[in-house]
Design a protein around this ligand. Sequence first.
Ligand SMILES: [Zn+2]
Length: 483
Amino acid sequence: MLKKPIIFSICIQFALAVGCADDAPKTRERLITKQAELTDALPIIFPRANSVDCSNETSHIDSGEIFSLTQYQVTPDSIIFNNMLGSPSIQNSIVKNTRIGSKWQRECGQLNEHNGLACKQSGTNVEINFLLTETGGLLQACDRVVDFPRESPEAVAVTTAHYLEESHQTFKRNFPELKLKQVELEIFPIFESIFDFFYKPEERQTTLGYYDANNLAYLPNQQKIAVYPVKEKSSVYLWDSRFPAWHEMAHHIDFATSKRYRDCSIGINEIGSDSGHLSRKVCGAEAEALADLLAFATGPNLEDHLYGLKCLDALRNIKDGTFKNTDTKVLNNNILSYFYEQTGFNLKEQTHDEDAFGNQVRTCERPDYREIHTLGAIQGHHIYALSMLAIRAFNIQSELERSDFLYKTVVRMMRRLNKNYRNIPLQGLGRIYYVFQNVINQTIKQSSLNPEAKQALKIEICRKSRKQIQDVGFNVFQNWCSN
Ligand SMILES: [Zn+2]
């Protein structure tokens, strides 16, 4: 039940993406790709909240434990549900409500051979939006006698809501003057893409389990955070860890303090060209870099929470200067041309392995430089390393203060990008460095360092940034560094 659709979907996806020409399609049919449903992805169907009695006050849970996975152990984490599990659904200070089983759909027309499952408006580079076709039910968790298993929708919702709440607390501590809009939590939503598709007659099938989707996602238009029932390759759920929830929340903070998203969507996996504005792809990389940075700054030792998340820990630890295959996180013209034009590297060699059936599968060991999260990971590491120079110069000792310094820097970058984005020199991926320089310059100016120390820090930042962006010719630091 589980296995066949997975194999089938990988085959179709990569057959198109990398062109397995000998399996030439013969007939044209309509195909629906479908997000895995709870019953497919999980081994057992767990009790649902709407079957338990939520009618009286005493049935409401008011405290409990959730379990977080870290590098060393599964850590119990006590939480107070106070206000969190009231009616009509699971909620807290940042989660307005929680729904389960909503459905979205998009009509894509013909599947594009070069872009796999990408789904664009004709004649544009703009990805087609999913439209909500069915609003899921409100999810409650309120019976004291029911012990919700780790993999139940209720436990997933409560855990995610708790991590989002932690992120909200960090935001409030650092920016008490700003107010953040609440989000809606969508547990196990279903996303369907409908294509006209060529298929092999012997594998005739119109509905396809499409599992290669995000495990968590932020939907900027609806301001929702979606949690899918999909496991990462390592058999760990992403909601077992803080990093993904804090990352999605960072997108929301970016959005909520932002005007940038009108032009700049997250998670868009396509080639765009600058026609007066930054391409959506560049915006995507920038948004991912900022979200990773803010996630890491939300609490100490976040890299421990990447443990077990094989694809993520290979890519997204901003403290690490190399990818798993030992590629250094630098930007050079080779990487840029690959990101913009998809030329310069052999895609097959770079990012794919074969599974036991001879299908091409993506590997997490090698960075995919076409991809916004990879470029974002490089930029995120750079900004982190540059910030560390300032943290050292300012002699900030405690772990919490270091995190908060980075946190404030990143949110200020988001706000500056959003406010003045039209006036910032459009240098594609160089923009994030320009904004960092802008924010850190302000911080240095306002600091209590003596003039010599200020100048020394500036020189250090200039030197390091030149090294990181190697030969790409961004001149965003030039004016600042030359005087
Ligand atoms: Zn993201």
